[in-house]
Write a protein that binds this ligand. Structure first.
Ligand code: GUN
Ligand code: FE
Length: 456
């Protein structure tokens, strides 16, 4: 019998499609040395009993306890790692003021590597403890501190995709916090890409460099052009903010006479591995361009409620074949939990569909067919994130990475209201999605390695 590195027995939930969750009851998950799910075996399959007999009692065998369930690890498509230091603060002012008054000053402090180390160690551990196994990070303009974040992901076992932030436009960035000039911005980015690619060789789960123009206003034309070339040269992921707020959207229209999507495309920044955060003002032409180029949307529902007063039409974009995942947008969004963001994604979509003010005439009250279900929000946090990044993650099926969270519904500190022995598993799934707290996340694994275990 083939020797697997780990074999897990338990009930798992995994997205089959955006609308459908597959329930894998009492399945065996056989994980190979590379941390890939090599075989998924159902109880009725011929080799189930033989595999059980061979592995039971072995150190590599893990049977989930009663009340425990497997979910894919979450993929957070938009996190500003340095902003963890200001999470939960200053969310009552508009984006432009928030950036200039709070965010740029705090990010500037990451020239201090000791400070960076403290914050980055904490944010990576916190995200892992919340079930986030892959994160697409904005760091800061500092090359060294950005590399430090990638090193911390590598060490803690998280699949980190990290961008050194680029912002060189003197008209839209403060003198104390910007790249010195175009040449320096591009040279630092290239050195960063090469260093992270080298670092990746020593990791099992992979860490990835990401070309990261902060957003169009913060960059000069030459720099945007150079970044597009670097992304092509090194075949990297690309991330930015796209059509987020009234101000940012209007600024790009004034400067280029077009929407962010087309301006970014002109600079070679919309690629299959591109992820654009927010996208509140995307129209159908923009969405079609996203679908054509394989560019994904990082949906940040908590942040959008604060900075954009907006709900993006997820159901509509799905109907246009746009790839979409979920982002916390720490700290535009206050929560490091993708459970919280999945819940907000559903709530926001309901508000969009039903309208918020019953005093309005019925025809002004909302947009029909906007609602998404909790299944779709789960998809965004898992499989949708994996597809957006073009990585085999986010699903518990063969040839995908063993990135999982073990949810304990019976944790004393946060017991879920499950009272019947044979409760319908669809209901259990929904209770998990709506009620789980960090206390319920018992273990987290990335690429077949345990990276977090909750102290009882
Ligand atoms: N646009 C440019 N920078 C930022 C940022 O840090 N957060 C958010 N939400 N939007 C941005
Ligand atoms: Fe952001």
């Amino acid at each position: 019998m083939k020797k697997y590195m780990e074999v897990f027995q338990g009930t798992a939930f995994s997205s089959k499609s955006p609308k459908e969750v597959q329930i894998l009851k009492d399945h065996l998950f056989c994980v190979n040395n590379e941390g890939i799910i090599e075989k998924v075996v159902a109880p009725a399959d011929a080799d189930y009993q033989a595999l059980l007999a061979a592995y039971e009692g072995e150190e590599s065998f893990h049977r989930l306890a009663e009340g425990q369930y497997l979910l894919p690890g979450f993929v957070d498509l938009h996190v500003h790692a340095p902003q963890w230091a200001q999470s939960g603060t200053a969310l009552d002012i508009p984006l432009y003021d928030w950036l200039n008054t709070y965010t740029f000053p705090i990010e500037a402090k990451f020239s201090d590597l000791d400070f960076a180390k403290t914050v980055y160690n904490d944010v990576v551990s916190t995200l892992l403890a919340h079930g986030t196994t892959t994160a697409l990070y904005f760091a800061t303009v500092h090359k060294e501190a950005s590399l430090l974040l990638a090193e911390i992901c590598a060490k803690k076992g998280q699949r980190g995709l990290v961008g050194k932030v680029v912002m060189d436009n003197p008209e839209q960035t403060p003198s104390y916090y910007r790249d010195a000039d175009t040449q320096t911005a591009l040279a630092d980015t290239e050195e960063f890409i090469v260093a992270v690619k080298e670092l990746a060789k020593s990791t099992k789960q992979g860490v990835y460099p990401v070309v990261t123009p902060r957003f169009i206003p913060s960059c000069t034309d030459d720099t945007l052009k150079g970044l597009g070339k670097l992304a092509a040269k090194y075949d990297t992921h690309v991330q930015s903010h796209c059509s987020e707020s009234d101000w940012a959207h209007g600024y790009v229209k004034d400067r280029f006479g077009k929407h962010d999507a087309f301006a970014l495309h002109d600079f070679g920044l919309l690629r299959d591995k591109s992820v654009m955060a927010h996208c509140n003002f995307l129209d159908d032409h923009d969405a079609e361009l996203f679908a054509e180029t394989g560019t994904a949307v990082a949906h940040c529902p908590i942040s959008n409620a604060y900075f954009a007063n907006s709900v993006i039409p997820i159901a509509h974009f799905h109907s246009k074949d746009v790839e979409i995942g979920l982002g916390s947008d720490i700290s535009g969004g206050f929560s490091p939990s993708l459970f919280d963001n999945a819940r907000q994604a559903v709530i926001s979509s309901r508000m969009l569909e039903d309208g918020v003010n019953p005093a309005l005439p019925a025809e002004d009250r909302g947009v029909p067919q906007s609602r998404i279900t909790i299944n779709e929000a789960f998809y965004l946090a898992t499989a949708g994130g994996g597809e957006s990044l073009s990585l085999p993650i986010g699903r518990l099926q063969e040839n995908f990475a063993w990135d999982v969270q073990i949810i304990d519904t019976k944790t004393a500190a946060a017991k879920l209201p499950i009272f019947e022995a044979n409760e319908d598993l669809h209901d259990v799934f929904q209770k998990i999605m709506y009620l789980v707290r960090p206390e319920n996340i018992q273990e987290v694994w990335v690429q077949g390695e345990k990276v977090h275990s909750r102290q009882k």
